[in-house]
Design a protein around this ligand. Sequence first.
Ligand SMILES: Nc1ncnc2c1ncn2[C@@H]1O[C@H](COP(=O)(O)OP(=O)(O)OP(=O)(O)O)[C@@H](O)[C@H]1O
Length: 643
Amino acid sequence: EEKGEGWVEAEVVEAKDRSAVVVLTSQRKKISVLPEKLLPRDTDENLGGGHVDDMTKLTYLNEPGVLYNLKRRYALNEIYTYTGSILIAVNPFTRLPHLYNEYMMEQYKGVQLGELSPHVFAVADASYRAMLNDSMSQSILVSGESGAGKTETTKLIMRYLTYVGGRAVLDDRSVEQQVLESNPLLEAFGNAKTVRNDNSSRFGKFVEIQFDKSGRISGAAIRTYLLERSRVVQITDPERNFHCFYQLCASGKDAELYKLGHASTFHYLNQSKTYELEGINNEDEYWKTKRAMDIVGISRSDQDAIFRTLAAILHLGNIEFSPGKDSDSSKIKDSTSNFHLQMTATLLMCDPDLLVSSLCTRSIHTNEGIIIKELDCAAAAANRDALSKTIYARLFDWLVENINKSIGQDVDSKAQIGVLDIYGFESFKHNSFEQFCINFANEKLQQHFNEHVFKMEQEEYKSEKINWSYIEFIDNQDMLDLIEKKPIGIIALLDEACMFPKSTHATFASKMFRNLSSHPRLEKTKFSETDFTISHYAGKVTYQTDSFLEKNRDYIVAEHCNLLSSSRCSLVSGLFSSLPEESLRSSYKFSSVASRFKQQLQALMETLSSTEPHYVRCVKPNSVNRPQLFENQSVLHQLRCGV
Ligand SMILES: Nc1ncnc2c1ncn2[C@@H]1O[C@H](COP(=O)(O)OP(=O)(O)OP(=O)(O)O)[C@@H](O)[C@H]1O
């Protein structure tokens, strides 16, 4: 084992009691090492060609063995490798069209897993055959860190399934085509450039493809998780906002219609100076998105309403405020801001005066009646951003709902194949609420994986009449209890803090430590009173609680709801059907992001546990998104964090 390379290849030339002398293969250098730092490896001869297509063929199945096997194969553009029935896919960062053409799909059709070279089509085919033969629903869980290739892999799986489960004659509006075209559509609204990936999915998704009894695709349902809505109002260079905004600004006539200038003229887009993506033309993408909408079945008038709403969000972001009559009040700053205000109202088809009052004031319900409270400039700007985020998040949900409606659900479906594309475990220098939720999801998936592997082993051992109580079950229930147990788990305590107006992240943190101090997986950190560290299955992660309360609150302001439900555009008003009675008493309706996510995960787990799972683990070979570059340290980190 070596620091820089993770592991290096060497040959032992002299073995002593407390040390060994080895020759490093790459440098022909002799060094002395501690014996416990050495692991045995397969020689090239006994691997037959220097690498194997299944890790279980290694005589020495250890970390460096796995690493070197992947590395050797990657150098040969053999990006797929099995570990038993799990597929490891190393991102090639270059198009490999010969791997994915129709000829290849035909090759893998009906062939036993492992008979041909490892391939994502083989996994898709195995799930399809298992569904047909066992009449049991299947799931394919695609995991990996950002940029590892989950979305591309998911699309290839969907392509394969629509190929084998499609009808012979394809028309443009077939279910298969609609299922496939839902991808570019969701990407336009849910993907963005981040520092790690130019086309990063900012939401999780589970696509369930339904099949009839003859194995033909008969419907599909998409569920999405945790859209990163803060991106709508805040981005840092060189990241971008969601793709759809740039597409619309570059759309020519349509942009003119909504009085949109270049992306750089909008506050929500010019916080970062990155407007273009390498190799991508925003205008072409706009037409691709429109075409996807056509195929999926979003009507032209709904399309207009959608883009009109996007344009409204951009104008809304350009409204600035200046101090009003009183120092703690605000008004629309100047004629430019007023122009954007009028545009926003026109595009949202609502009353401009009502828009002003819902931006600059807030009504508070008290025992004495309703009091109108003025908002200062900072509060008004925050209020404006909250409105933008709410509109965008609801628009995204509307899209998903309507894609589902349009594709159609087959209630008589015999079995389904679900494909899960969700963020892998995350551990950064700074970890916030998002990482907390993502890692919670990964703990859930880990539990599902453990249970599945355990069940499989149990069955295997039972059939071999071995007493399986010897098998250790790696249980992470204690971790899940720490996070989600009621009434004293991190999420429950966070929700409680969010409901008390006086709480701060500090009071939340201290209450958490008071209540959960004895939990072995929770620690306080040395230099902060408010950070906490959790020992996840994949390693320790320290979370900063600073914005936990704010990010967990998903309240919808009554004024916003009133404003938008009064819109003369049915799509916009439909996004904000009236508030439930109880919430009218307070101006804010608190709803917890974490609790909703927890419920969604619970539902997902229930679905998954009724299926037979298949796993694809995507690996990102380097952090600069370059082909033919394999960085040991980074890959090792992913292998260690992996499900
Ligand atoms: N099989 C593949 N062949 C060619 N290129 C690929 C393949 N898989 C991934 N890539 C390249 O890597 C990029 C990142 O992949 P992808 O968007 O699927 O990652 P991801 O794991 O879904 O990331 P995120 O979590 O950020 O959404 C793609 O845009 C593409 O350029």
